[in-house]
Design a protein around this ligand. Structure first.
Ligand code: HRG
Ligand code: AKG
Ligand code: FE2
Length: 329
């Protein structure tokens, strides 16, 4: 984030999506307009809303609906899919189990990752090996989430095509060894409401998720309507709210895109505070590079930023593992 933005822009990406399979898409005026807006949003805020994304609203709501049903179950039921290092950090974490910068977060969640078959990435992949622990109750979670992940993956790939053009690259800049085989992460998150009964007190700000950046390329946030809780930090340190807007996802840039773009785009700090009297659900989908991608500034981005690489090479899988290994109590 390079500016004191006060609001988060809304970008209608329908004309980008309509041309995404066209090899001459970069010449299309409608695509050019979306690309221009993406570039501005990524430079200024690192956050934007996408509308015209094509994912059915019924599925977006169903995803949050099954999440509410799961979090409403008794603790013993939720513990049946408890997260552990042995399960590849997949599964359910209770409120306070996730830690951000040393402070327990006031959220519970189910973490899911693209599956890694045993030995697939050698020692690099080992900590994340495991199969996802989908709840059996409510019964349709796996089915709904797998369909949702499929659509979010397609959508993200297409947004990344627009971002590739925005950076002055070719449309397939983030294909192949970079992100042709994207690793994805799904976090199904619940933030308790404000009430003295669960230890939350109106007079203090309990942090649902402390200030952090996301780890990969792009995040798609599907948040409950009517509760404003997500906040994004601008250059002077003010927290700008990202309220839910019907028909949109909140979309933000992760650490790997910051490196690829040589800092032209930043992975903006954000946090979550649910000060409402209602339990809040958010389902965050993270589109990441190939698990074993070696990420370094793109030449086209170095040229735009003084010619010198500002970041060394990072291996995405190492970055992810260093995070998950310190994220839990
Ligand atoms: N995969 C992602 N981005 N997860 C976001 C969780 C952020 C909080 C985490 N404890 C942290 O400190 O990173
Ligand atoms: O709950 C939200 O709105 C965002 C959650 C988030 O930032 C994350 O899980 O990385
Ligand atoms: Fe985040």
């Amino acid at each position: 984030m390079a500016t004191d933005f006060k609001t988060i822009p809304i970008i209608d990406i329908s004309s980008l999506l309509a041309r995404c399979e066209d090899p001459n898409m970069a010449q299309d005026p409608g695509v050019c307009e979306v690309v221009k807006q993406l570039d501005q949003a990524c430079r200024e805020a690192g956050f934007f809303y996408v509308k015209g994304h094509g994912i059915p609203d019924s599925l977006i709501k169903e995803v949050r609906n099954v999440a509410h049903k799961f979090f409403n179950l008794p603790y013993e039921e939720k513990l049946k899919i408890k997260l552990s290092a042995d399960a590849g950090y997949r599964g359910y974490q209770r409120i306070g189990e996730n830690i951000t910068k040393g402070t327990p977060d006031m959220h519970e969640a189910i973490d899911c990752y693209r599956e890694i078959k045993s030995g697939m990435y050698g020692a690099l992949g080992k900590p994340m090996e495991g199969i996802n622990q989908w709840p059996l109750n409510p019964p349709n979670v796996k089915l709904v989430m797998e369909e949702y992940i499929r659509l979010c993956t397609d959508l993200s790939r297409n947004i990344m095509r627009g971002i590739a053009l925005a950076l002055g690259g070719s449309i397939d800049e983030f294909e192949g060894e970079r992100a042709g085989d994207p690793f994805w992460v799904l976090r199904i998150i619940g933030y308790p409401e404000v009430s003295s009964a669960n230890g939350k007190d109106l007079s203090k700000n309990d942090i649902g998720c402390g200030a952090h950046t996301d780890y990969g390329l792009l995040t798609l946030v599907n948040q409950d309507a009517d509760i404003t809780a997500l906040q994004v930090r601008n250059l002077s340190g003010e927290w700008i709210s990202a309220p839910p807007i019907p028909g949109t996802f909140v979309c933000n840039i992760g650490d790997m895109l910051k490196i690829f773009s040589n800092g032209l785009y930043d992975s903006t700090l954000h946090r979550v505070i649910n000060n409402s009297p209602k339990y809040r659900v958010c389902v965050a989908y993270f589109y990441e590079t190939n698990y074993d991608a070696a990420v370094e500034p793109l030449d086209i981005c170095k040229q735009k930023t003084g010619g010198i690489g500002k970041f060394g090479k990072a291996v995405y899988g190492e970055h992810l593992v260093s995070k998950v290994q310190t994220n839990f109590v």
